[in-house]
Every structure is written in C-alpha cells, then in structure tokens.
Design a protein. Structure first.
Length: 563
C-alpha cells in the first residue's frame, strides 16, 4: 500500500526504550549503532535508519556508534567506507570517537567460534554449497543432518584450526552452528558461521583466509560494543532467533535486544542495492551520485538539504509493517525547507529576445530586488535593466487561449521588480515561422511594479538583461521511472522497462542574472516561477556553470493533503 496519512513521530521503538528505562533494564546508557556493510553507497532508506539510530540515542541521552560490518572482503572497498562516513556527516550526525569495524573483533569472534566448538554447538561441515542447500530442506519439509554433524570436538578443532592456517581451498569446509535441522525457521537449520575466503581485506590485508558470516559477526559485534537496542529492518526478523541463539549459547555478558522495523519504500524509485548497481553498471544513470538516483550522494548533489531529509524521516515514522511512501512527501519536505532558506533569483531557461523600442539604447538602470520576500535579513541585490531583455519563450503566445494571461500581441504585463511592458510587434523566421524577437514599449512611470493611474495587469514575468546575463547549463531532473511502482508489474516485467526517457533534460542556452556568476558549488536558489535549483558539485567550474533542478515549485503532496 502507499502511505498517504503519516503520523508525525509515530515510533514504536521509542516506547520500547521508554519501557526499558522505566523498568531499569540496563545499568548503562542507551546505545544504538548504525552498521552498514561497506559494499556500496547509502540510499534514502539508509537515511531513515541513520536518523532513527542516532536520533533515538540523542533523545535518551545515549550514544550511537558507526560500525562497518566488513566481513565480506571480496565485495568491500575503502571507497564505500569513506562515502558512508561522508553521508552520515552530511545528514548531521557525529559518532565522535565511536568508529568501529567488525574486523576490529576478528580475533575475538574467532575465539567465540572456538568456544562453540568446545561446547559441542558448532562443527566443521565438508559438504559443498549445493549439497548444503539440498540438505537444508524446504519451507514445508525439514532438513537432513549433515554427515559431518557428529564429528568430535577434537576433529572440529583440528579442522577449524587448519582452516585458519590456510590448508584448504575456498569452499572445502564451513563452520556451522549445531542447532536444529528440523526447525520451522530455515535460518536455524545449522547455519554457516565461518567460511574460507582467500580475499585481501581492506583493513586486515591477507592476515585472514577465513571470515565470519554476517549473522554471526553482527550479533557478537553488538555485544562487544555494549549495544542495548539493535535496530534493523524487517527482513532480519527471522534472523532474530539466530541472533539470540548465538549470544545465549556463548553466555555473553551483554545481550542486546534486536528490534525490527519496516524499511523505507518510495514511489518512482528502486531501493534494492542489486538493482541500483544494475542501473549504475549498465549506464542507465551517470554513477552513484547521479541526481536521479535515490542514493544519499545523488540527492545531495541534486540539492536536497539534510534538514529536509531528517524532517522527512521523522514524518514518515517507524512502522512494523511494510508500506510505500509517496515521493511527493519527500519533495514536499524539500520545498518546505528551501522555501525558508533559499534566496530568490531570476533565470531564463528558454530565452526569447525582447527589444524595448522606447528605452534609450545606452541606458542601464539598477533595480533593487530582495533575495526573499519574507526574510529581509537575506538582503537584496541590484538587477540591471536595459533596452534588450530575455523572457521565457513560454511566456509569450501569438494567439493565446482565454486563460493565458502572459504576454501576447497588444497585451501589457509586469516585469518583476521593473516596469510594465506592452508587446507591439514580433519578428519571425521567414522559413520556419518561429518567433525570434519581440518589440515592446515600456511605461517609465511603472517602475517598481505599480501604475500611477491604477491600471492592473494579470501577469508578472521574470526576465534578465541581455547584455548583463551570464550563460549556464541547466539540467531538469524528473522521476527516474514512469510508474510509481517499477517493481510492481504483475507479469514480471523487468523494472528497467519503466525507466523514464525524459528523466533528464539539458538546457544549454539559459541566461541568468549576473549575481550568479560566482555561485559556489552546492549553493541553492529559487529561480523565480521555475523551481529550486543548486549549483552542480561535480561538473560546475569557473568556466562552466551548471545548475541542477532540485524540485519544481508545484507541490503534489499539498494537493493530496487537501483531498
């Protein structure tokens, strides 16, 4: 279902923590953690988890660790480690001196595995991966015991030690927890907890050739760090039994409580890491930081403010059941923030040349214009007004329909912060009939936007002075997919079928007011009447100014709320 009625601050985990504190369940402060695997870039769904874990810790005077669960070196990279730290910082959170890695605990985790062997609760299995799958059974049929299950403690210790010493090839053996092959929970059917993998680790190098499985390392890392509430998404619900079994079997002093919440699903987006990788590697987007991507690096480059993301995550709440949040709500949160915080400027994306015939050719007037109509503290700037201007081509029609109030032959309109102008004639291309230039007159008595005789106009247009405007490339971004649920085709249609061919339009003839010549990468503006834009942080430079459209001015969420 799509979520359209979000309850602000709805968060059942908050009430669990309150109950735990009232019951004096812990003799230490509340501790949470954000535990990404460094095998890819973070996306908006991770932002929900980041805000939840760091937010709860702050609310209850606790702390939140940043820990990389780096147990699969063949897929991990220092590039991902650095990008994840950058993303968490950008969202506004600080782990202070509590940066950890599962690899910090490899020796300790190995010792825990040895303890399980010595307790008769783990064994080395020599079945192949395919054989292990066959022995596991199905959701309706129990599994079968591995022929290796009854190896003695001495045999298992010998084999496990030799696994660590590198005596066996990859896949020759795994260490499995000895639980219950007939369990109704398939996760509990003697899961693998260690495997042989000859891969250089980004932190430990070639020291290890065996690595703990995620489920084994994760719960032990939580315990070692003293985590009180291990918060994860709903797909780990079945794994909670294994989480608890490992900690109980080892009798550790700290046994965190695993709590699952529904992951974020967003319309017009895919948040599957596998599918996002497919989009990047097959060239459907221009890398992980492409502003059409729901990656944190993508939405940052697009101009989304971190405050808006935090507000969005708070508004959608924390649920126990999966639902899909409308992209319109995310965009609404972005507009809310940008409306208050961004200066207004003027830009013409599809220029149409205007010549004001009764304006002196060599004259330039400088008109004061505020950066924000409701925030005088932002100050103002001076706009040059001259004989030749540009307006949007869409703001003129030769034969306008009834409800078109902008410029037309013989019609008068207001130029923002400037004068009334009236269209007197137009010049067309003789071959194509395309309108190339308008000739207008202006009323010098209307400076600042009002007429002394009280006459009214029905439209106000934005504009720039042709001699003073600067050039820029403006990229208009739209949804990456044409349907709100690209994964939802009942006939199994591949999600890439629904990629929007118009998700990016590049406009290269744009003209902007001169104030933007020195706009810094990442700075945000409202282009009056057009939307919110930011200076691209990758492609913009001193010789090439590039703006990305962050969101339009049109707010679909506000319309939904009014229904």
């Amino acid at each position: 279902m799509t979520s359209t009625d979000q309850s602000p601050s709805a968060n059942f985990i908050r009430y669990i923590i309150i109950d735990d504190l009232q019951a004096h369940k812990y003799d230490r402060q509340i501790m949470t953690r954000f535990p990404p695997e460094p095998n890819g870039y973070l996306h908006i769904g991770h932002a929900k988890s980041i805000c939840l874990n760091f937010g709860l810790a702050a609310e209850f005077a606790g702390v939140c660790n940043l820990r990389f669960d780096d147990t699969n070196p063949s897929r991990e990279n220092i590039e991902y480690v650095e990008s994840i730290q950058e993303d968490v910082r950008w969202l506004g959170f600080d782990w202070e001196n509590r940066l950890h890695y599962a690899s910090d605990y490899f020796e300790q985790i190995y010792d825990y595995a040895v303890q399980l062997i010595q307790k008769g609760k783990a064994y080395v299995c020599s079945l192949s991966a395919d054989e292990i799958r066959q022995y596991r059974g199905t959701l309706t049929e129990p599994g079968k015991d591995s022929p290796c299950r009854n190896r003695t403690v001495e045999e298992n210790m010998d084999l496990f030690t030799r696994m660590r010493n590198g005596e066996f090839p990859d896949g020759a053996h795994v260490l499995r927890a000895k639980i219950d092959m007939a369990s109704s929970n398939v996760v509990m059917r003697d899961p693998a907890i260690y495997r042989i993998r000859r891969a250089s680790h980004h932190r430990t190098g070639d020291k290890w050739c065996i690595y703990p499985m995620y489920d084994f390392a994760h719960c032990l890392s939580d315990s070692i760090e003293g985590i009180t509430h291990s918060i994860c998404t709903l797909e780990f619900e079945n794994n909670r039994a294994l989480y608890d079994w490992v900690l109980d079997a080892l009798g550790v002093a700290c046994h965190p409580q695993q709590i699952e919440f529904a992951r974020l699903n967003l319309t017009y987006a895919v948040l599957s890491k596998r599918k996002m990788i497919e989009l990047v590697e097959n060239g459907y987007v221009n890398g992980w930081s492409d502003p059409r991507m729901p990656s944190i690096s993508g939405i940052r480059r697009r101009g989304y403010p971190p405050e808006a993301i935090r507000n969005f995550c708070e508004r959608i709440g924390v649920a126990k059941r999966d639902s899909t949040v409308d992209m319109a709500l995310l965009e609404h949160c972005v507009r809310e923030n940008l409306n208050e915080s961004t200066p207004r400027v003027m830009a013409v994306l599809n220029p149409l040349r205007i010549v004001i015939d009764n304006y002196p050719e060599d004259q330039v007037e400088w008109l004061e214009a505020p950066y924000h109509p409701d925030n005088q503290q932002m100050g103002s700037r001076n706009l040059p007004f001259s004989r030749v201007l540009y307006i949007e081509a869409d703001d003129f029609m030769e034969d306008p329909p009834k409800k078109f109030y902008r410029l037309a032959p013989g019609r008068e309109v207001r130029l923002r912060y400037a004068f009334y102008i009236k269209c007197e004639r137009m010049i067309k291309d003789e071959q194509t009939g395309e309108i190339q230039e308008l000739h207008c007159t202006y009323d010098p008595e209307t400076r600042g936007g009002g007429a002394p005789d009280g006459r009214k106009v029905k439209a106000t247009l934005h504009w720039v002075s042709a001699d003073h405007a600067i050039g820029a490339e403006v990229r208009l971004y739209d949804h990456l997919f044409t349907r709100p649920d690209p994964d939802g085709a009942k006939d199994g249609t591949d999600f890439k079928t629904f990629i929007n061919p118009d998700s990016l339009k590049k406009l290269t003839a744009c003209r902007l007011e001169p104030e933007l010549a020195n706009a810094a990468p990442g700075s945000r503006y409202q282009f009056e009447r057009l939307g919110y834009f930011c200076v691209d942080t990758v492609d913009s430079c001193e010789t090439a100014l590039v703006f990305n459209r962050t969101v339009t001015l049109k707010d679909e969420w506000a319309k939904i709320q009014k229904k």
